[in-house]
Ligand binder design. Structure first.
Ligand SMILES: [Fe+2]
Length: 315
């Protein structure tokens, strides 16, 4: 994570004059078309000088500038629902970096936009890391791109029923109702299978590279590296291999679309390519960040101290 500052690229940052939430919403709606154009072109946009002092302010702004919200159903990161559709951005161990991903790219539906504000910056680190998905595609080894594009991928998830490693199916789908969960899976072509110990196995085919919904540009849009156990590092991978009889039983796993394994070397090359072009814009208070989820991947730097970042997602 060294030298990230020197690799900072500029995405538009608008410095505003300490606008309260109502003033910011009025400002935004007056320029909505221009701002949307910037997001479609640049992938992300940040406003500084917006008084986002509380969950309520954030909720009000997001309610006013986005039409429809998505809840974090089917998500794979620990987070707390705070109100409506606002969540803590993640509660994952602060000593660990969260690797780059497009939100819910392993799922059949994903948010188009993500909204972030920071109520409490970390003492050190804690940046919301960003990476341009078009740039990833341009920098990635063409052989990898061609393999992913022609074969597709399958994401596997093994969700326990209350006790076990990784997330439970109840937390993931925000329900205890198996019938409701099965209806959701059927409507999104997710293969599901219950096992005797009340755990749930999900199998989700996906493309890995998609066209942006508006601009039709091809973008790297997947979580292949995050779903592959080798990204956890050699030691953890080895321990997990002793706990589970096969990699397909890991809480998360990924193969090519034909079910054949993805080579570890390829996973490391993907991670290195993405890390090389990842940026780490530091958080300040009173900022409002909008990220196009198809144009930018995001992650979170490890941190010290307290950190409070809110997130909401919209269609
Ligand atoms: Fe995320």
């Amino acid at each position: 994570m060294n030298n990230l500052e020197s690799k900072q690229k500029v995405f538009p940052i608008f410095n505003l004059d300490d606008l309260d939430p109502e003033e910011f919403v009025a400002y935004y709606l007056d320029r909505e078309r221009e701002i949307e154009g910037q997001i479609n072109e640049k992938g992300a946009i940040k406003f500084r000088g917006v008084q986002v002092k509380s969950l309520e302010s954030f909720q009000f702004i997001v309610d006013s500038v986005a039409n429809k919200f998505l809840s974090y159903i089917d998500g794979n990161s620990p987070r707390t629902k705070l109100s409506g559709n606002v969540y803590t951005s993640t509660e994952y161990d602060k000593t660990q970096k969260i690797t780059m991903h497009n939100e819910l790219s392993y799922s059949a539906k994903w948010p188009n936009k993500l909204f972030f504000s920071c109520l409490q910056p970390a003492e050190t680190g804690g940046e919301t890391l960003l990476v341009d998905s078009r740039e990833i595609l341009g920098k990635m080894n063409p052989d990898i791109v061609s393999e992913i594009e022609s074969r597709g991928v399958i994401y596997f998830r093994n969700l326990h029923g209350g006790m076990g490693m990784g997330p439970s199916w109840q937390d993931t789908f925000e329900t205890d109702d198996k019938v409701q969960l099965e209806a959701y899976c059927k409507s999104y072509s997710i293969d599901f299978e219950w096992s005797e110990n009340n755990s749930l196995r999900l199998k989700q085919p996906s493309k890995g590279i998609i066209e942006h919904r508006v601009t039709k540009e091809r973008v790297w849009f997947n979580q292949i590296d995050q779903f592959h156990p080798s990204h956890l590092g050699k030691d953890i991978y080895e321990v997990m291999s002793t706990i589970y009889t096969s990699a397909e039983e890991f809480p998360m796993y990924v193969t090519y679309g034909d079910g054949k394994p993805i080579q570890e070397d390829m996973i490391h090359e993907i991670i290195n390519t993405i890390n090389d072009i990842t940026i780490a814009p530091p958080w300040q208070r009173d900022e409002f960040l909008i990220v196009d989820n198809e144009l930018f991947g995001h992650g979170r730097n490890s941190f010290t101290g307290d950190r409070r970042v809110l997130v909401a997602m919209s269609k």
